[in-house]
Design a binder for this molecule. Sequence first.
Ligand code: AMP
Ligand code: MG
Length: 351
Amino acid sequence: MKTYRTRIFRIDENNLEEAIAEAAAIIKEGGTVAFPTETVYGLGADALNPEAVKAIFQAKGRPADNPLIVHVSSKEQCESLVKNISDKAVLLMNIFWPGPLTLIMERKQVVPDITTGGLDTVALRMPDNKVAMELIKCSGKAIAAPSANRSGKPSPTTAEHVISDLDGRIDVVIDGGPVIVGVESTVIDMTTEPPAILRPGMVSQQDIENEIGSVDIGYDDKVHPDNKEVRSPGMKYTHYSPDANVILVEGNNENVTKKISQMFSDFQMRGAKIGLLLTEESAKHFVSKEIFSLGRKDKPEETASSLFFGLRYMDEKKVDVILVDGSFSHLGVGAAVSNRIRKAAEMIIKV
Ligand code: AMP
Ligand code: MG
């Protein structure tokens, strides 16, 4: 694979315009730029330039049949890429854009096969982040941008995560500080009736149903290595996995704390280095060097914004096993957090 001299643009109020202009020029020339969005960092390139999109797949080591989300900054740009936009799709765009909701619609022929993984549909969203929006506007391009991690690894929530995965493999990283949401966008397929949620995210099933009535759930929380029938190609790949083995313990807080404390002793006796990802409520029962807080158990926004960071933190600490407290609320964005951690886990224990 080609090697790059990856440049890092650290954004502040004074250099924002200049940095965006330079990054936009690189997008126009067919280069790759990692940038913050409100969900996670994305790795962007001109969505209509097949060579540029190819560089994204190569940098990430992403399977070619896993399509990319295309980021737009206006409704007009959206209309230039898709056809047969349904009334429900218009409603959702009006309510949730810019924001963490991705809509799958029928593509127009201008969208190349490589961007859609050969599908006749394309996934679109408008990000709620100033740097991302300015980059799209200034480049004048729709920007294809999957999460800016090596394929299979936890998604990046800081520029440091991007650099650790992709330094030397991409042209630019724009450092805009840590992201807000921490898990990827909700993905909804608008080409079926009723529409189907293919990936849970910050915009919940309830949020969507309040606007357009009932929707199908087209995902489950397991991995499907051999299942060719999945509706979203990304669903069949291992995801979000740190180097350490992840064991998820689900149940009420008291039972989970008991189980994790028993497993902690067992692993310690066997000489394993253990990392603990715990809710605030559980953390107070443990004394260990490697504890990372998932926030308060009834605040799924806190769990969302700390999950990927915590998994990567434990890899930096070179732990062998990560025990994860699954007693956090599964409501709202908690459904998305649960989906991601279940996919990252080698083992799920219910207590
Ligand atoms: P990422 O960009 O890493 O957040 O991944 C994008 C997700 O959206 C993956 O799970 C893809 O499989 C899914 N996706 C993108 N485009 C489509 C599409 N046209 N149809 C179904 N799923 C899609
Ligand atoms: Mg991803």
